[in-house]
Design a protein around this ligand. Structure first.
Ligand code: PLP
Length: 453
């Protein structure tokens, strides 16, 4: 059944308009796309339009979208509140060198909801938000280095990305994680100023932070690192991080670009994390480019005060453009506590259902995630750190096969990244995901068991 499904997919794809577009795109883009993160198996699915929880591709397939542009679209596609807010604005001008009221309104919403955001700055992406949060921590502490979690994704700034995609060598994992930059040719001095920590490793955290405490400006941490495995933080790890950072005057930067969608107040309060700075992006732009840095007023003053020259003069041609601000406000206003609760309840039902399937079939899978986020692992035990979540070649193949199986069932399941729910989803969508997973296990595990007999 599994092989048949995959074959059907391949045959259909040979005539597909997506394939045709990909062939055309290769004439202008070196790898046929402009984002390394675009999935291609063997070519990308080109989107034609979005309809709530669904994406319609250029071949007319209507797919339940569990990617939502890498968790950005918390209201799915074409959310009316956002469209109306933006359409009204387009006629009035889309960007100015002058501030607008829209930026104040969005900042007021964020500071009212997120305890650690006493003051805010807007930029245009999560990468930029993380970059300026690191620069702010450096400016505040007058220290050059950062610590970050092995395998976690924080965007493309050199110091933020070193150590994000590491793999075991032929003799296995290095006992001390090495911050290898992903991009070839990155100056070697970058790695000198990055200290890698293993998620949920209390002893390693204390040892590594204390060894370089006078050089480390901040610990950059996503409370539930998604690319590293959508890992659940252990309370002891969060406590140790808070105590050690406090002891050495190291700032905590919570990167909530993705995980802010975990709740009305964001992710940090759920896990007892009290950051000095928080970065946000994705959902707060309502589907338009955005990033934000927020934090304690004392730290945020590095961006400038009314009477003093800024230590960190941050600008940006499109920063705080009114379109992103108004779209973000419309999206976030609709995310009331009830809306977050409803998404959370759907997420819990989904994760519980996936786990029940796994248990009933005694399958070698596990599930991580919280609120509206989930990730399926081809591992019997749910990973606690990046090394546990790292896929062998065989496991990578299983995940690829699972994504294909979901696609056959009309569901876009991201491969190797967090999957997410959106507010237009209904219970029957959850049932569909659960059925697809159970059928996949039946197709995959059933034959395995027969062979083992
Ligand atoms: C935790 C985290 N930080 C930073 C980024 C970078 O954000 P952007 O893609 O908007 O630059 C991402 C993107 O997925 C992210 O998940």
């Amino acid at each position: 059944m599994l092989v048949q499904a995959t074959n059907r997919l391949r045959q259909a794809s040979a005539r597909s308009r997506s394939k045709h577009l990909f062939d055309r795109a290769k004439g202008v883009f070196t790898d046929g796309t402009t984002r390394a993160s675009v999935e291609r198996d063997p070519f990308p699915i080109y989107a034609q339009r979005g309809e709530g929880a669904y994406l319609v591709d250029v071949d007319g397939n209507r797919l339940l979208d569990l990617n939502n542009n890498f968790t950005t679209l918390i209201h799915g596609h074409g959310f009316a509140h956002v469209s109306e807010a933006v359409v009204d604005l387009l006629r009035l001008g889309t960007c100015f060198a002058n501030p607008t009221e829209h930026e104040i309104a969005l900042a007021e919403l964020l500071t009212a909801r997120i305890p650690a955001m006493e003051r805010v700055r807007f930029v245009n992406s999560g990468t930029e938000a993380v970059m300026f949060a690191i620069k702010a921590a450096r400016a505040f502490t007058a220290r050059p280095a950062i610590a970050r979690i092995e395998g976690a994704y924080h965007g493309a700034y050199d110091w933020a990305e070193a150590g994000q995609g590491v793999s075991p060598g032929k003799d296995g994992w290095d006992p001390i994680p090495i911050p290898t930059p992903t991009y070839r040719g990155t100056p070697s001095s970058v790695a000198d100023e990055v200290h890698l920590l293993r998620f949920n490793d209390v002893e390693g955290l204390e040892r590594r932070l204390s060894a370089a405490s006078d050089r480390i400006a901040c610990v950059l941490i996503d409370p539930m690192p998604s690319r590293a495995g959508l890992l659940h933080p252990e309370p002891t790890f969060i406590e140790a991080l808070s105590e050690t950072a406090h002891k050495y005057g190291i700032l905590i930067v919570a990167d909530e670009v993705l995980n802010l969608r975990q709740g009305y107040a964001g992710a940090s309060p759920r896990y007892g994390l009290k950051p000095d700075l928080v970065t946000a992006g994705k959902i707060i732009g309502g589907g338009f480019p955005i990033g934000a840095i927020g934090g304690r007023e004392e730290v945020m003053r590095v961006f400038g005060t009314e009477n003093a020259r800024p230590l960190l003069p941050q600008g940006g041609t499109f920063s705080a453009n009114p379109v992103s601000m108004a779209a973000g406000l419309a999206a976030m206003e609709a995310m009331t506590p009830d809306a977050f609760d409803r998404l959370e309840a759907m997420g819990e039902r989904l994760r519980a259902g996936l786990r029940a399937s796994i248990a009933s079939r005694d399958a070698r899978f596990s599930v991580t995630g919280a609120a509206s986020l989930f990730r399926i692992h081809p591992k019997r035990v749910a990973p606690l750190e990046y090394r546990d979540a790292h896929l062998s070649a065989e496991e990578a193949w299983i995940m690829r096969t699972m994504s294909r199986y979901f696609l056959e069932a009309g569901i876009l399941l991201p491969y190797g990244a967090a999957a997410c729910l959106s507010t237009p989803m209904v219970h029957s969508d959850i049932d569909r995901i659960l059925s697809a997973f159970d059928e996949f296990l039946e197709a995959k595990i059933g034959p395995e068991k027969e062979r083992a007999k």
